[in-house]
Design a protein around this ligand. Structure first.
Ligand SMILES: [Zn+2]
Length: 217
């Protein structure tokens, strides 16, 4: 790899892990239908959906979040992709609209440099139903209106490390990743789950994170 691109950001659900944390949690606690209904309602803005879903998790033991995360397989060749990026001097992080307890676990387990995620408020070990959201679209007028504007946080981390936005890679699989993937120097749609696929030049169709190196050269 000879590129000078030096920052790589991964989405979590469906990208680093081969599944979705909220699906594992909602199946285990009988919330699947309620949560799917919120997710499918196109009249609700992204960050409001995050608040509504968090309120359904009220009373959950925070340990259940890590247990749910551990029940989901890591994506094929994630470890390999991280190792190659590290060898090439990349700063590597996770930007996800899932929960910080999960993102932090993955960041620690793989020696990543940073993560940005939604913070579920916990009191005495139990989820209160409130969520602290990083937002960011309000600052840059991003179309996404999500609880985590991935473009804003991509820019923020790049700036923190003194890396030009042209020199970043972003990898994600859903509409929630669109503002980041279309703004990064190299945006990669990984196993795309919805119709934003048409807006991405670089697409990986099989569950193998080593394939990112077809685009990062
Ligand atoms: Zn955004």
């Amino acid at each position: 790899m000879t590129s000078k691109i030096k920052l790589a950001v991964f989405d979590m659900d469906g990208t680093i892990i081969d599944g979705r944390l909220i699906d594992a949690l909602s199946t285990k606690f009988g919330l699947y239908d309620q949560i799917k209904q919120i997710q499918a309602d196109s009249s609700i803005l992204g960050y409001i959906k995050t608040q509504k879903i968090a309120s359904l998790l009220k009373g959950l033991d925070e340990k259940e979040i890590v247990l749910a995360l551990e029940s989901i397989p890591i994506m094929n060749n994630y470890q390999n992709a991280i190792s190659v990026l590290k060898e090439n001097g990349y700063k590597i992080g996770i930007i996800t609209d899932s929960y910080s307890i999960a993102a932090k676990t993955l960041a620690n387990n793989y020696g990543l440099d940073f993560f940005t995620a939604n913070d579920l408020i916990v009191n005495d070990g139990l989820v209160t139903g409130e969520v602290c959201m990083p937002l960011g679209w309000d600052k840059i007028n991003c179309f996404c209106k999500n609880s985590v504007c991935k473009r804003y946080h991509l820019e923020t981390h790049a700036k923190k490390y003194g890396i030009d936005i042209k020199d970043t890679v972003a990898i994600g699989d859903t509409r929630g990743d669109l503002c980041m993937v279309t703004h990064a120097g190299i945006g990669i749609a990984f196993m795309p789950k919805d119709d934003y696929i048409n807006k991405c030049k670089n697409i990986i169709y099989r569950p193998n994170l080593s394939d990112i190196f077809y685009f990062i050269q």
